[in-house]
Ligand binder design. Structure first.
Ligand code: MG
Ligand code: ZN
Length: 218
């Protein structure tokens, strides 16, 4: 019974996600579903890369949050179009929420749409929202055991950002082990080591996104 209910929910979600994907494709928009735990640094990373990317392309953001607009306000301060979704306690975004939010954006003027998901390493990975790819932020302070403990999100993501890499000397995070586990779970995964404090890896990540945008435009 339980299993059937979940199958129906995901089936309906996939239908709407496919509509979103078709829409983004028609508008030549690259859509990224950005995931990670609360406090992993998703919004800080966004602030940093948006300031670099906004010089070259038109970006918009959809911010998922349980109750507040705190993250959306941070993005808005950079004069980036941002739509807030409050899930009222819901622990992930689904395709219908993203569809409704996207209706409030001028999609003809956007090259890149970043969806910051609710902070959670579990169910956001199960819900396709119509993105081109998923990206997961894993901060050094969370520990190197997370890829093996939450394999689905790393399997589903095209890219992992090992964030707060500047804190590596102050933790027992084993970078070699983490990279090996990530490659075991998802051999094709792209890994960036990033820091919003010293700026490590941010230009590389931005350049990689710009390459992906070029592929979408073709
Ligand atoms: Mg955030
Ligand atoms: Zn959830």
């Amino acid at each position: 019974m339980q299993v059937q209910v979940m199958k129906n929910i995901l089936g309906e979600n996939d239908k709407i996600a496919a509509e979103n994907r078709r829409l983004f494709h028609d508008k030549k928009i690259l859509a990224i579903n950005l995931m990670g735990s609360p406090g992993s640094g998703k919004t800080s990373l966004l602030e940093k890369i948006l300031s670099k990317l906004a010089e070259k392309i038109n970006v918009a953001v959809i911010e998922g949050d349980l109750f507040t607009a705190k993250d959306a306000e941070r993005i808005e301060r950079q004069n980036i179009p941002v739509i807030q979704i409050n899930t009222a306690g819901g622990c992930h975004l689904d395709a219908a929420m993203v569809k409704r939010a996207a209706e409030s954006l001028n999609l003809d003027e956007i090259n890149l749409l970043i969806v910051e998901n609710v902070g959670n390493l579990v169910c956001p990975a199960e819900f396709d929202v119509g993105e081109n790819f998923k990206a997961v932020v894993l901060s050094i302070t969370e520990g190197d055991d997370k890829p093996l403990k939450y394999p689905l999100i790393f399997k589903e993501s095209a890219v992992t950002l090992l964030n707060k890499i500047d804190l590596l000397p102050y933790t027992n995070f084993n970078l070699a082990n983490a990279r090996e586990d990530l490659s075991t779970i998802h051999p094709a995964i792209k890994i960036f080591e990033t820091s919003c404090i010293n700026g490590a890896g941010l230009d590389e990540f931005c350049n990689w996104i710009l390459e992906k945008i070029d592929e979408v435009k073709l």
